[in-house]
Design a protein around this ligand. Structure first.
Ligand SMILES: *[C@@H]1O[C@H](CO)[C@@H](O)[C@H](O)[C@H]1NC(C)=O
Ligand SMILES: *[C@@H]1O[C@H](CO)[C@@H](O)[C@H](O)[C@H]1NC(C)=O
Length: 303
């Protein structure tokens, strides 16, 4: 059985946390309308790590060009540009966002039931009620890491390519391709846009309604990474993993893929810890008994 080494865990936490932070936070307008008052500007973070930076209530930097704290600048400033900086992302994340929590495995593995923080919540914040389905899925997928080559790197540079269109005509494709791990979301196209968005996709994070529906539109080598929003989603994943005919699509809010052209060994389940962390800690989503709120559904729709 293949399990992640602790160092990998530490390195992997940033990608999904940032993806989800990005997903939720990029729905900023919605966040402001639905979840509460406008962010209050604070000139100092409680605990006083950085003075003079502007944060919203959840600890997100409002001015992204804020200078690095001195200890980080000192530690990493001398490395040449483009070099992989072990621990840098985690350190910066903690500086920006002091509530940043300890690492967790990026994907569920056979020991997933030991993950205390997520075992008591229904999807999307945990896997309660879905343990058996997940067990059978993980038996088939067999692998729980990024793959031999990436898992062996002691430092990985990762980039999350969003779907907002801001990359259009920016010719950043070759820059994006330089990263070790390129994360894309849902149906974000690559074919025909590679000059701007690159050609490489390491992982594509998706859920049933967001998954690419036309088999031809899947790129060749990416990992299909599943993120559940509701219990029914796991049932869908099981059918995709075992290549079963999809019976009935009630319960989905739009049409879903009927077939995913991936081998089970190329499929992973994103640890719901990252959704939980992004929702509860980063944006302070009301717990709502651990169930999805109406607003979150709109966020899903806007991905
Ligand atoms: C980085 O460079 C600064 C200024 O050039 C120097 O004072 C410092 O000692 C260097 N830090 C490391 C870790 O080498
Ligand atoms: C793309 O960028 C080029 C160079 O910056 C510019 O001349 C051109 O008008 C842009 N095209 C579109 C469709 O925006």
């Amino acid at each position: 059985m293949k399990t992640m080494k602790p160092t990998h865990k530490a390195l992997f936490i940033l990608c999904p946390t940032l993806v989800l932070g990005f997903i939720y936070y990029s729905s900023g307008k919605l966040h402001l309308h639905v979840w509460g008052p406008k962010p209050q500007l604070e000139t100092e973070i409680t605990g006083g790590r950085i003075v003079g930076s502007v944060y919203d209530k959840q600890g997100f930097l409002l001015q992204l060009d804020t200078k690095l704290p001195q200890e980080l600048a000192y530690k990493y400033g001398n490395l040449s540009e483009g070099a992989c900086k072990p621990g840098y992302a985690a350190a910066k994340m903690t500086t920006i966002y002091p509530k940043f929590m300890k690492p967790a495995p990026m994907f569920l593995d056979r020991n997933f039931k030991l993950l205390a923080k997520v075992s008591n919540y229904l999807p999307p914040f945990g896997f309660k009620t879905q343990e058996k389905v997940i067990d059978s899925i993980l038996t088939a997928t067999k692998y729980y890491g990024l793959g031999e080559h990436l898992d062996s790197l002691s430092c990985k540079r990762c980039i999350i390519v969003g779907n907002g269109g801001i990359l259009f005509n920016k010719s950043l494709g070759s820059r994006i391709d330089e990263y070790d791990v390129v994360v894309r979301l849902n149906e974000a196209p690559v074919k025909g846009y590679s000059k701007d968005v690159g050609t490489k996709t390491t992982i594509r994070i998706t859920y049933p309604e967001g998954a690419i529906q036309k088999s031809d539109n899947y790129e060749k080598d990416s990992l299909f990474v599943f993120s559940a929003f509701k219990p029914l989603d796991f049932k869908w994943l099981r059918q995709m993993v075992f290549k079963e005919k999809l019976r009935g699509t009630e319960g989905f809010w739009k049409s879903v893929a009927h077939y995913v052209p991936r081998e089970p060994t190329e499929m992973r389940i994103l640890n719901p810890y990252f959704i939980q962390e992004a929702a509860f800690q980063f944006i302070g989503l009301p717990l709502n008994n651990g169930l999805m709120g109406k607003g979150v559904r709109h966020m899903q729709a806007s991905l």
